[in-house]
Design a protein around this ligand. Sequence first.
Ligand code: AMP
Ligand code: MG
Length: 340
Amino acid sequence: MKRICMIILCFVLCLCSCSDVYRYTSTEFYSMTTFVNVISDGDGNFDNVENYAKDFENRISRTKSDSEIARLNKDGSAVLSEDTLSILKKSLEIAVNTDGAFNPCLGTLSELWDITSGKEYVPDKGEIETALKNTSYEEVKIEGNKVTLPKGMKIDLGGVAKGYALQKMVEIESSEKDANVCVSIGGNVGVRGSSKANRENNKEGWNVGITTPFDKNELSGTLTLTKGFVSVSGAYERFFEKDGKVYHHIFDSKTGYPAQSDIASAAVINNDGLEGDALSTALFVMGSTKAIEFYKENKYNFDMILVLDDGDILITKGIKDKFTVNSSAKGIKSDIKVID
Ligand code: AMP
Ligand code: MG
């Protein structure tokens, strides 16, 4: 499994320092089909964070047969725990607000494509049309804690689960110990406080590297943040290539195919892990013109960095001073365009 540059950068900035005044420790474990990395100056015991991630995955994963979501998908109806229900409700609300660019009801489609299985299967038009009939998020019924899906629909919370868990893990690690923390999982990073290296240099914050979509070993730039979440979605994360075409894991719920847009990667920077995760997926599907319109509608409080296929970088004004572009990275242009 590949690890993203963000993890490496956090590590490098923490471990390459000489003094031991600031005692940071770290851990890494596997959860939600990716590596979770935690760095903190807390007490060095990461059991609570790790247990949270594992319990959460057991509840939410569509592929773990005992999970709440797998039961709901199998039976078409289930009583959910408060927490799982609130994640589903929030996801459905984001589906409405993004006009389906983010859609948590794409389970049947995700299953059909099964992008990460290694099968490299491209479904035919008929199969896609049938799967698409089962993705109408407006038709999910919620009465109290009981959720009922229309026949054939399956829920897939893969677009929000990591972001939600990320926020919980940062909260567990920081609030219990008042610690400086950086957690990364898949394309998402959450921070609070400052890294060891920055503190030793009398600087604040964590330097979070954003992987360029054009080369997984390079960064398109670095963000310095003292608090918040960075969620990145891109076609380069999970995909297969067949007959010269790339098929990736983020679907356009209007076509049923992997989304085709002018965005190579979309990063959302905000203070809500679930929202950031969902919105990065949604922006990627929208493409840059709609993504900018959506940003200007102010439905959600967030900043974004869009790296376009042609190497242009669009960045919203709220974070322009916190981002340093890496213009030497392959395919990246140095003149950043700022969106007001
Ligand atoms: P992310 O990597 O956060 O962009 O999320 C991608 C994951 O979310 C995929 O692996 C699917 O499980 C799921 N997904 C794919 N397309 C969508 C979409 N348009 N809306 C919501 N979830 C999606
Ligand atoms: Mg996402």
